[in-house]
Design a protein around this ligand. Structure first.
Ligand SMILES: [Zn+2]
Length: 295
């Protein structure tokens, strides 16, 4: 093969793996705030968190270059409480999917907490997920009540595509028929989802990743960052993960971490919520930013 055709092959290969990089992530907080305020109806009152499992991984996996000291990754779901009902952000997972993540190592799983997530999903008005990984969406896909939960769950077209064609694990693969049971949305940049709530397109950790902005009646604001970082130190240091078992879109991840770091420094009213950061979860519960347990 000559040089020119080698170059062509390399270029085509790059284009095939990184189509999202054509437009790296960017987000405008004032536009996001406007979208969240654009839907009429009462704003939410508070947000609750449940930790249903843990992963024990040394800190260097979550933040490249961090010391190999023990750390707890919480697996969490969130309940947004409105005066007339609730919306769930992420959906927990059953024991079998939890075991997939352990890769043969026994890790903590809390059935009573997972049962709280299941009850909260059953009573919620709507369900949305930060991304299409098992620890965030298996609670819907593998529920005995799948059809009913899917009918009030909203996923993006990209999340659906990943789940149908290249799911993180076989247990969460969707058939076309199952996929049709979800509410499927498409949007660029951001989208109003409920009063006080907007979705922010942020592919990178997965193709269908999104962040969720929320403002309460009190004026307090939240930014659910999903798995853009696995620990807030990743945002503080603008440093990505070092986890060989995942493949991320690096330019988008860098842009997302930079944006979150700017939020952290310039918008003290916005609580950035990192799904797996156990230190932050405990701090937010102490500070009453998040309620401990579902209602
Ligand atoms: Zn996760």
């Amino acid at each position: 093969m000559n040089r020119a055709s080698l170059f062509t092959v390399a270029f085509l290969a790059l284009a095939a793996v990184a189509p999202a990089s054509a437009q790296p992530f960017s987000a405008d907080l004032s536009a996001i705030r406007q979208a969240a305020k654009s839907m009429s109806g009462a704003l939410p009152l508070r947000v609750n968190v449940v930790k249903f499992a843990e992963s024990r991984r040394t800190k260097n996996f979550a933040i490249k270059g961090a010391p190999r000291e023990p750390s707890i990754q919480a697996r969490t779901a969130y309940q947004v409480v409105y005066p007339d009902g609730t919306i769930m952000i992420d959906s927990g997972m059953d024991l079998q999917v939890h075991k997939f993540f352990g890769r043969g190592v026994e890790e903590p799983y809390f059935p009573a907490e997972e049962a709280k997530v299941e009850r909260a999903l059953a009573s919620a008005k709507a369900i949305v997920v930060t991304h299409e990984h098992g620890d965030h969406i298996a609670g819907v896909i593998r529920s005995p009540d799948f059809a009913r939960l899917a009918s009030k769950a909203t996923i993006t077209r990209t999340q659906l595509q990943t789940l149908m064609t290249m799911p993180q694990m076989p247990e969460i693969k969707l058939t076309a028929e199952q996929g049709q049971r979800f509410n499927v949305i498409d949007y660029e940049t951001n989208k109003a989802f409920a009063p006080g709530m907007a979705l922010i397109k942020s592919s990178g950790h997965t193709p269908g990743s999104q962040m969720v902005y929320l403002v309460l009646q009190s004026g307090k604001e939240y930014l659910f960052a999903g798995d853009v970082a696995w620990h807030m130190d990743g945002v503080r240091q603008v440093t990505g993960k070092d986890a060989p078992w995942i493949t991320e879109d690096e330019p988008n991840m860098a842009a997302e971490l930079t944006w979150l770091n700017g939020l952290m420094r310039n918008e003290p009213n916005v609580a950035i919520v990192i799904s797996h950061d156990e230190d932050q979860r405990l701090q937010y519960i102490r500070d009453s930013v998040l309620g401990d347990g579902f209602e």
